[in-house]
Design a binder for this molecule. Sequence first.
Ligand code: NFE
Ligand code: MG
Length: 571
Amino acid sequence: MSRLVIDPVTRVEGHLRVEVQVDGGQVTEAYASSTMWRGIETILTGRDPRDAWLFAQRICGVCTTVHALASVRAVEDAVGAVPPRNARLLRDIIAASLSVHDHVVHFYHLQALDWVDPTAALAADPTRAAALAQSISNYPRSTAGLFAAVQTRLRVFLESGKIGPFTNGYWGHPAYRLSPEMNLIAFSHYLDALDFQRDYVRVHALLGGKNPHPQTYVVGGMASPIDLNSQDAINANTLQEVAQILQRGVEFVEQVFLPDLEAIAGAYPEWTTYGRGLGSYMVFGDYSASPPRVARPPRDGLFPGGVIRNGSLAVEPFDPAGIAESVAHSWFRYEQSDAALPPWLGETQPQYTGPEPPFEQLDVAGKYSWLKAPRYQGMAVEVGPLARLLVGYSLNDARIHPLVQGALDRLHLPPEALMSTLGRVLARGLETRLMAQHSLDLVAELRDNVASGDLAIADTGRWRPTSWPDGTLRGVGFHEAPRGALSHWVVIEGDRIRNYQAVVPTTWNASPRDADGNPGAYEASLVGTPVADPQRPLEVLRTLHSFDPCMACAAHLYDADGNDIIQVRVQ
Ligand code: NFE
Ligand code: MG
């Protein structure tokens, strides 16, 4: 039996440490720890609620925009502001395009190299690679000449010895199984995806002023005027350019992302049996015509809300009152007791209890992470693309069911196979297809709405605090962010924030154990993962990366020590 420590886990945002017990060639126990904390919730306390989104958006530059959206929704819920349709559509276009951008970057640049070995691509025959690529997709860049050029570029790069982000990869690991040709195709698309994501994110500059962190949100709507015929507003030309960019997103997902994903899935079928984890899932629901509110979680949006328990594929309604956060194993202190607190009563008081660095192992019997442990009705749940597609599939949703069923049929898999490491990766890709198309549909809807004469962009009736209801105000903003169910909870007294709590997707998934000793989604999913070589735990990374970890969001944290080298210690 050996104890494996990976700290930090790389190709994630922020600092994540995992400690796993390996016995008989597989993981028998796992602990996930966020190793830094920053305290944005504390920074927000005492501020003007109308400014909250500007600060909250800085929680993360990866899922940029999502915290702005959840924040304005929370304050709007509290003060009773209702954003007009144009604002809702603009926000949803920004959010949907962020999902496409984020998922493409995650697949190619943060996850693909767990399945793709670029060093193996040197042995590929570019002509055969072209034939293979043309057999799975009509992407125009699948030529022997292009693959030969990419291979030469790769060879020069690898032989230079200065391989930057490819340093310390587990190249040649026996768990890599793609053909040299498929490795070459995937590596070529890794490069193409760099160009794609740079061009695609221009949508945020056109609609929100810049990326990351678009600047045009406001409590009650958006700050950017919209008028098809005005030079001083988002106009017909802007929307045409946005639609052209979003259309290229549909093409990239159809011609590149999904064919690569299904080729990889076909080569690693046993990964539908690893990484299942909790089997319980939670979705708030989003992309609905009615703004999500605490009393009325949306069931009519692109993503229907719901909760799945224990792999049942039966969906129960999501109840916002079910959320509470435990700090039993987290470096936080609650005033009264360690009992879990619902977010409006939440407290953010950091309290590091050791061990003092440098240390070999976390005190997993005590406190061991800067993440709280959010639970739904006391239950640990997984959030994210897989949760969203499982809920939609189980509810027989008109858009989600056929999308998922088509992929299952092509891969000859039963629905239960989705509850796995590979299923999580597959769900993210399928969701990208859904979001790419939805963003385009939203642009058409926005254009039609503005053409009909509706130029309203913000509800200013609740702008001044004197217009707000009396007494203590509470609000919640829900959003289905790329990594899953995101909620911001605000308590306002007078014209100031008295309490602000963000309960974030990666906090759900990377959560430490709760007071009952129940593990979070990463911890549960790692159990049973094979480890062929404890010095090179590639398989552990596959399952961790399948969640797309973002510790910056999860702990609202900040990198202080700049350490970027994987340390693997075997004891
Ligand atoms: Ni920093 Fe984020 C998303 C949020 S994840 S990436 O998606 O909220 O926890
Ligand atoms: Mg929080």
